[in-house]
Design a protein around this ligand. Structure first.
Ligand code: ADP
Ligand code: MG
Length: 332
């Protein structure tokens, strides 16, 4: 008998996927992308994604600011809708709480969710509430929509495309290292890195613009880490990817943090998760044509292959093993 430690998170998802669909009609994309893509009418599709936060795995009652927790549970789903190029619309929220749970704490979590909802125009239109004898659990399902012919799947990358990322990478990973106090780093830089971890800014507008442009070929959001998430893109598209590590955009705050703590900024940017930036592929002139030189950085190229991500200079395979809930300790 094998347990989940050996099967792993993705092994378990594969087992579920292996059961197939009971009805194919209306399902454009099921398991395997950032959102499920379902037919709405002849022109538009419904996007669906869900995320769960569990007490003592993703958050701690006495350590996590409840408003930030609420904000983040919606923000991470928004990032998945952004990764398809869609417009987020409505969501349902399920809360499983022990009877002893402090209702004031829950109210503050809701404030965080609704603050994020107001910012991105997302409603809570339903959900479910249950009692649990275990930890507090929040689960949010977000729906979005978009024109059917604009959807950016993980599977669209083609040899000759360039690889682009938005923003700067590795900041949230540094924020995680900073969870303890490190007063060597200037207050502003410290705050920046912690904010990048606790208040990610899902790239909804950028995702939509890229999808509308028709110049991008594939897209994913960076939740598990660059190497791992590019691995998902590469395998879904049946191509290899070469990344010039020196081109990966790194913030001044991350550089300073890594100098003080003797960590490699490049390593954090490649392997740490939770930046919720976008990684995409597209034609070489994409940045220039869309005037996105300030928003996007070209970090590599798509080549013929079967799903491997390599460092351009050394040719070494970058670690494509993603964060796995059953084999590692959770980060947030
Ligand atoms: P993301 O990081 O973009 O949220 P995940 O790595 O969580 O994506 O999930 C990968 C794919 O597997 C997604 O398409 C997701 O919908 C699907 N998936 C994850 N867990 C389950 C499950 N328990 N049942 C069905 N599909 C799942
Ligand atoms: Mg995702």
């Amino acid at each position: 008998m094998s347990d989940l430690k050996s099967l792993g998170e993705f092994g378990l998802i594969d087992r579920i996927a292996a059961h197939g669909l009971a009805r194919e009609n209306g399902v454009i994309k099921g398991i395997g992308d950032d959102c499920a893509v379902l037919e709405l009418d002849s022109d538009s599709v419904l996007l669906v994604t869900t995320d769960t936060l569990v007490e003592d795995i993703h958050f701690w009652f006495d350590r996590s600011a409840p408003e930030g927790l609420g904000y983040k549970i919606l923000a991470v789903s928004l990032s998945d809708v952004a990764a398809m190029g869609g417009t987020p619309r409505d969501s349902v929220l399920s809360v499983s709480a022990p009877a002893t749970c402090d209702s004031g704490y829950l109210e503050r979590v809701f404030e965080g969710i609704f603050a994020c909802g107001r910012r991105y125009g997302v409603n809570i239109v339903g959900g479910d509430t249950t009692r649990t004898n275990g930890p507090l659990v929040f689960s949010l399902t977000l729906m979005g929509r978009m024109p059917a012919d604009h959807v950016l799947y993980r599977s669209g990358a083609r040899p000759g495309d360039r690889i682009f990322v938005s923003g700067t990478l590795g900041d949230a990973g540094a924020g995680l290292h900073l969870a303890g106090n490190d007063d060597r780093l200037a207050e502003k830089k410290r705050e920046y890195l912690l904010r990048r971890l606790h208040r990610p800014l899902p790239r909804v507008e950028l995702g939509r613009r890229l999808a509308e442009s028709g110049l991008a070929t594939a897209m994913i959001d960076l939740s598990d880490g660059l190497a791992s998430d590019l691995g998902h893109l590469a395998r879904a598209s049946s191509v290899d990817m070469t990344v010039d590590l020196e081109k990966i955009p790194i913030s001044p705050s991350l550089k300073e943090f890594c100098r003080l703590s003797r960590l490699s900024a490049q390593q954090l940017a490649v392997s740490a998760g939770e930046d919720y930036e976008l990684a995409l592929t597209g034609e070489p002139e994409l940045c220039h044509k869309l005037q996105l030189n300030n928003e996007l950085t070209c970090i590599g190229e798509v080549v013929e292959g079967c799903g491997i991500v390599r460092d351009l200079k050394s040719g070494e395979v970058l670690d494509v093993r993603g964060f796995d809930h059953f084999t590692e300790e959770c980060s947030t």
